[in-house]
Ligand binder design. Structure first.
Ligand code: SF4
Length: 255
Protein backbone atom coordinates (compact mmCIF):
# COMPACT_ATOMS: atom_id res chain seq x y z
CA UNK A 1 0.00 0.00 0.00
CA UNK A 2 2.82 2.35 0.84
CA UNK A 3 4.43 1.70 -2.54
CA UNK A 4 1.38 1.67 -4.78
CA UNK A 5 -1.48 3.39 -2.92
CA UNK A 6 -5.14 2.30 -3.05
CA UNK A 7 -6.00 0.62 -6.35
CA UNK A 8 -9.71 1.41 -6.69
CA UNK A 9 -10.84 -2.07 -7.69
CA UNK A 10 -13.05 -3.40 -9.24
CA UNK A 11 -13.31 -0.93 -12.12
CA UNK A 12 -16.91 -0.13 -13.03
CA UNK A 13 -18.19 2.17 -15.76
CA UNK A 14 -19.63 5.36 -14.25
CA UNK A 15 -22.99 6.51 -15.60
CA UNK A 16 -22.47 8.20 -18.97
CA UNK A 17 -18.79 7.17 -19.20
CA UNK A 18 -17.27 5.08 -21.97
CA UNK A 19 -15.02 2.78 -19.95
CA UNK A 20 -14.64 1.25 -16.50
CA UNK A 21 -12.95 3.54 -14.00
CA UNK A 22 -10.84 2.78 -10.96
CA UNK A 23 -12.07 4.68 -7.91
CA UNK A 24 -9.53 4.55 -5.06
CA UNK A 25 -11.22 4.52 -1.69
CA UNK A 26 -14.54 3.05 -2.84
CA UNK A 27 -15.18 -0.32 -1.19
CA UNK A 28 -18.92 -0.78 -0.75
CA UNK A 29 -21.22 -3.06 -2.71
CA UNK A 30 -22.30 -1.43 -5.97
CA UNK A 31 -25.90 -1.03 -7.12
CA UNK A 32 -27.44 -3.40 -9.66
CA UNK A 33 -25.72 -1.96 -12.74
CA UNK A 34 -22.28 -2.11 -11.15
CA UNK A 35 -22.87 -5.57 -9.72
CA UNK A 36 -23.86 -6.83 -13.15
CA UNK A 37 -20.83 -5.30 -14.82
CA UNK A 38 -18.50 -6.84 -12.23
CA UNK A 39 -20.09 -10.27 -12.61
CA UNK A 40 -19.91 -10.04 -16.40
CA UNK A 41 -16.30 -8.86 -16.20
CA UNK A 42 -15.39 -11.69 -13.83
CA UNK A 43 -16.63 -14.24 -16.38
CA UNK A 44 -15.10 -12.44 -19.36
CA UNK A 45 -11.67 -12.07 -17.76
CA UNK A 46 -11.18 -15.82 -17.51
CA UNK A 47 -8.03 -16.69 -19.49
CA UNK A 48 -7.57 -13.26 -20.98
CA UNK A 49 -6.11 -9.84 -20.25
CA UNK A 50 -8.30 -7.12 -18.79
CA UNK A 51 -7.78 -4.89 -21.84
CA UNK A 52 -9.69 -7.47 -23.89
CA UNK A 53 -12.46 -7.48 -21.30
CA UNK A 54 -12.77 -3.71 -21.49
CA UNK A 55 -13.34 -4.00 -25.24
CA UNK A 56 -15.98 -6.67 -24.70
CA UNK A 57 -17.74 -4.62 -22.03
CA UNK A 58 -17.71 -1.59 -24.34
CA UNK A 59 -19.27 -3.66 -27.12
CA UNK A 60 -21.90 -4.96 -24.70
CA UNK A 61 -22.69 -1.39 -23.66
CA UNK A 62 -22.95 -0.29 -27.28
CA UNK A 63 -25.37 -3.17 -27.90
CA UNK A 64 -27.48 -2.28 -24.86
CA UNK A 65 -26.44 -5.46 -23.02
CA UNK A 66 -26.03 -3.86 -19.60
CA UNK A 67 -28.56 -5.79 -17.54
CA UNK A 68 -29.22 -9.47 -16.81
CA UNK A 69 -32.58 -9.09 -18.56
CA UNK A 70 -30.96 -7.80 -21.76
CA UNK A 71 -28.29 -10.50 -21.78
CA UNK A 72 -30.77 -13.30 -21.06
CA UNK A 73 -32.99 -12.14 -23.92
CA UNK A 74 -30.14 -11.58 -26.38
CA UNK A 75 -29.58 -14.19 -29.10
CA UNK A 76 -26.42 -16.08 -28.21
CA UNK A 77 -24.73 -15.29 -31.53
CA UNK A 78 -25.23 -11.56 -31.02
CA UNK A 79 -23.83 -11.73 -27.50
CA UNK A 80 -20.90 -13.83 -28.71
CA UNK A 81 -20.10 -11.18 -31.33
CA UNK A 82 -20.11 -8.50 -28.64
CA UNK A 83 -17.70 -10.38 -26.35
CA UNK A 84 -15.47 -11.67 -29.14
CA UNK A 85 -12.42 -9.71 -27.94
CA UNK A 86 -12.37 -11.63 -24.65
CA UNK A 87 -11.56 -14.97 -26.32
CA UNK A 88 -13.50 -18.23 -25.95
CA UNK A 89 -16.35 -15.92 -26.85
CA UNK A 90 -18.95 -18.55 -27.73
CA UNK A 91 -18.42 -20.32 -24.44
CA UNK A 92 -18.39 -17.06 -22.49
CA UNK A 93 -21.56 -15.86 -24.22
CA UNK A 94 -23.30 -19.11 -23.31
CA UNK A 95 -22.11 -18.83 -19.71
CA UNK A 96 -23.20 -15.23 -19.39
CA UNK A 97 -26.63 -16.04 -20.74
CA UNK A 98 -26.97 -18.99 -18.37
CA UNK A 99 -25.81 -16.91 -15.43
CA UNK A 100 -28.28 -14.14 -16.20
CA UNK A 101 -31.22 -16.44 -16.94
CA UNK A 102 -30.74 -18.42 -13.73
CA UNK A 103 -30.13 -15.36 -11.58
CA UNK A 104 -33.29 -13.75 -12.95
CA UNK A 105 -35.28 -16.91 -12.33
CA UNK A 106 -34.01 -17.53 -8.80
CA UNK A 107 -33.47 -13.95 -7.65
CA UNK A 108 -36.20 -11.67 -8.96
CA UNK A 109 -35.08 -9.16 -6.33
CA UNK A 110 -32.06 -8.29 -8.46
CA UNK A 111 -28.33 -8.89 -8.10
CA UNK A 112 -27.64 -6.18 -5.52
CA UNK A 113 -30.49 -7.29 -3.23
CA UNK A 114 -29.55 -10.95 -3.63
CA UNK A 115 -25.94 -10.26 -2.78
CA UNK A 116 -26.81 -8.01 0.16
CA UNK A 117 -29.05 -10.63 1.76
CA UNK A 118 -26.66 -13.57 1.38
CA UNK A 119 -23.91 -14.57 3.77
CA UNK A 120 -20.38 -14.77 2.38
CA UNK A 121 -20.02 -18.56 2.44
CA UNK A 122 -23.59 -19.10 1.27
CA UNK A 123 -23.16 -16.71 -1.64
CA UNK A 124 -19.83 -18.19 -2.66
CA UNK A 125 -21.29 -21.71 -2.64
CA UNK A 126 -24.26 -20.60 -4.71
CA UNK A 127 -22.09 -18.78 -7.24
CA UNK A 128 -19.90 -21.87 -7.57
CA UNK A 129 -22.98 -23.86 -8.55
CA UNK A 130 -23.38 -21.71 -11.66
CA UNK A 131 -21.92 -23.23 -14.80
CA UNK A 132 -18.59 -21.69 -15.70
CA UNK A 133 -18.09 -20.02 -12.33
CA UNK A 134 -14.95 -21.39 -10.72
CA UNK A 135 -13.36 -20.38 -7.40
CA UNK A 136 -11.55 -17.27 -8.68
CA UNK A 137 -14.64 -16.03 -10.52
CA UNK A 138 -16.91 -16.73 -7.55
CA UNK A 139 -14.55 -14.99 -5.13
CA UNK A 140 -14.19 -12.00 -7.46
CA UNK A 141 -17.97 -11.66 -7.67
CA UNK A 142 -18.41 -12.14 -3.93
CA UNK A 143 -15.68 -9.66 -2.95
CA UNK A 144 -16.17 -6.93 -5.52
CA UNK A 145 -19.83 -7.18 -6.57
CA UNK A 146 -21.22 -8.23 -3.19
CA UNK A 147 -18.64 -6.78 -0.77
CA UNK A 148 -18.23 -10.09 1.07
CA UNK A 149 -14.93 -10.98 2.76
CA UNK A 150 -13.85 -13.62 0.23
CA UNK A 151 -10.14 -13.50 -0.58
CA UNK A 152 -9.40 -13.81 -4.30
CA UNK A 153 -6.50 -15.94 -5.45
CA UNK A 154 -5.07 -15.57 -8.91
CA UNK A 155 -1.91 -16.35 -10.86
CA UNK A 156 -0.18 -13.18 -9.65
CA UNK A 157 -0.86 -14.08 -6.02
CA UNK A 158 0.40 -17.63 -6.42
CA UNK A 159 3.54 -16.55 -8.23
CA UNK A 160 4.49 -13.81 -5.79
CA UNK A 161 3.47 -15.97 -2.81
CA UNK A 162 5.64 -18.87 -3.93
CA UNK A 163 8.62 -16.69 -4.70
CA UNK A 164 8.23 -14.81 -1.43
CA UNK A 165 8.33 -18.14 0.36
CA UNK A 166 4.81 -18.33 1.77
CA UNK A 167 3.96 -21.74 0.38
CA UNK A 168 4.43 -24.00 -2.58
CA UNK A 169 2.18 -26.44 -4.40
CA UNK A 170 -1.06 -25.33 -2.76
CA UNK A 171 -4.45 -25.64 -4.43
CA UNK A 172 -6.68 -22.62 -4.93
CA UNK A 173 -8.43 -23.40 -1.66
CA UNK A 174 -5.10 -23.89 0.10
CA UNK A 175 -3.89 -20.42 -0.89
CA UNK A 176 -7.24 -18.93 0.00
CA UNK A 177 -7.21 -20.57 3.43
CA UNK A 178 -3.66 -19.36 4.05
CA UNK A 179 -4.52 -15.72 3.38
CA UNK A 180 -7.88 -15.84 5.14
CA UNK A 181 -6.25 -17.38 8.24
CA UNK A 182 -3.66 -14.61 8.30
CA UNK A 183 -5.93 -11.64 7.68
CA UNK A 184 -9.09 -10.42 9.39
CA UNK A 185 -12.29 -10.84 7.31
CA UNK A 186 -12.21 -7.27 6.12
CA UNK A 187 -13.63 -6.40 2.68
CA UNK A 188 -11.53 -3.28 2.33
CA UNK A 189 -8.37 -5.18 3.19
CA UNK A 190 -9.15 -8.11 0.90
CA UNK A 191 -10.00 -5.73 -1.92
CA UNK A 192 -6.71 -3.88 -1.69
CA UNK A 193 -4.64 -6.97 -0.93
CA UNK A 194 -5.72 -8.69 -4.11
CA UNK A 195 -5.47 -5.57 -6.25
CA UNK A 196 -2.02 -4.75 -4.85
CA UNK A 197 -0.76 -8.27 -5.48
CA UNK A 198 -1.91 -7.97 -9.09
CA UNK A 199 -0.05 -4.65 -9.33
CA UNK A 200 3.03 -6.25 -7.78
CA UNK A 201 2.83 -9.12 -10.27
CA UNK A 202 2.47 -6.83 -13.25
CA UNK A 203 5.06 -4.23 -12.28
CA UNK A 204 7.70 -6.26 -10.46
CA UNK A 205 7.09 -9.97 -9.88
CA UNK A 206 6.80 -10.74 -13.57
CA UNK A 207 6.73 -14.25 -14.89
CA UNK A 208 10.14 -13.80 -16.47
CA UNK A 209 12.81 -11.35 -15.39
CA UNK A 210 11.21 -10.12 -12.14
CA UNK A 211 12.47 -6.74 -11.03
CA UNK A 212 13.61 -7.80 -7.56
CA UNK A 213 16.05 -4.95 -7.03
CA UNK A 214 13.26 -2.37 -7.15
CA UNK A 215 10.45 -4.52 -5.69
CA UNK A 216 8.79 -3.15 -2.53
CA UNK A 217 8.81 -6.66 -1.04
CA UNK A 218 12.45 -7.16 -1.93
CA UNK A 219 14.08 -7.03 1.51
CA UNK A 220 11.70 -9.62 3.00
CA UNK A 221 11.37 -11.87 -0.05
CA UNK A 222 13.01 -15.28 -0.37
CA UNK A 223 13.28 -14.59 -4.11
CA UNK A 224 12.62 -18.24 -4.88
CA UNK A 225 12.31 -17.35 -8.53
CA UNK A 226 13.13 -20.79 -9.86
CA UNK A 227 11.05 -22.69 -7.31
CA UNK A 228 14.03 -24.51 -5.90
CA UNK A 229 13.25 -24.16 -2.20
CA UNK A 230 11.63 -27.35 -0.98
CA UNK A 231 11.66 -26.81 2.74
CA UNK A 232 12.08 -24.19 5.44
CA UNK A 233 10.03 -21.21 4.35
CA UNK A 234 7.93 -23.20 1.88
CA UNK A 235 4.77 -24.99 2.91
CA UNK A 236 2.03 -27.14 1.52
CA UNK A 237 1.33 -30.72 0.64
CA UNK A 238 4.82 -31.57 -0.50
CA UNK A 239 6.17 -32.46 2.90
CA UNK A 240 6.71 -28.97 4.14
CA UNK A 241 5.57 -26.92 7.07
CA UNK A 242 2.22 -25.19 7.43
CA UNK A 243 0.44 -23.37 10.23
CA UNK A 244 0.43 -20.04 11.96
CA UNK A 245 4.05 -19.30 11.28
CA UNK A 246 3.34 -19.63 7.59
CA UNK A 247 0.36 -17.37 7.83
CA UNK A 248 2.38 -14.77 9.69
CA UNK A 249 4.57 -14.36 6.67
CA UNK A 250 1.72 -12.82 4.68
CA UNK A 251 2.77 -9.19 4.28
CA UNK A 252 0.30 -7.03 6.13
CA UNK A 253 -1.33 -4.12 4.50
CA UNK A 254 -0.15 -0.72 5.64
CA UNK A 255 -2.53 2.18 5.64
S1 SF4 B 1 11.56 -9.56 -4.61
FE1 SF4 B 1 11.46 -10.47 -6.67
S2 SF4 B 1 10.63 -12.55 -6.37
FE2 SF4 B 1 10.20 -11.36 -4.50
S3 SF4 B 1 8.11 -10.55 -4.77
FE3 SF4 B 1 9.55 -8.97 -5.49
S4 SF4 B 1 9.82 -9.31 -7.71
FE4 SF4 B 1 8.88 -11.16 -6.80
Amino acid sequence: MKAFGPQGWWPVTPRGAAAPAYVPGRYGAPADAGAFEICAGAVLTQNTAWTNVEKALAAMRAAGLTTPEAVAACPEGRLAAAVRSSGYYRQKAARLKEFCARALHEHQEGLAAWFAAAGAAELRAELLSYKGVGPETADSMALYAAAKPCFVIDAYTRRAGERYGLARGLSYDGWKALFEAALPPDVKMYNEYHALLVRLGKDFCRKTKPLCAACPLGPACAKDIYGTRKSGRTAGRRGVRQGPRRAEKVPRRRR
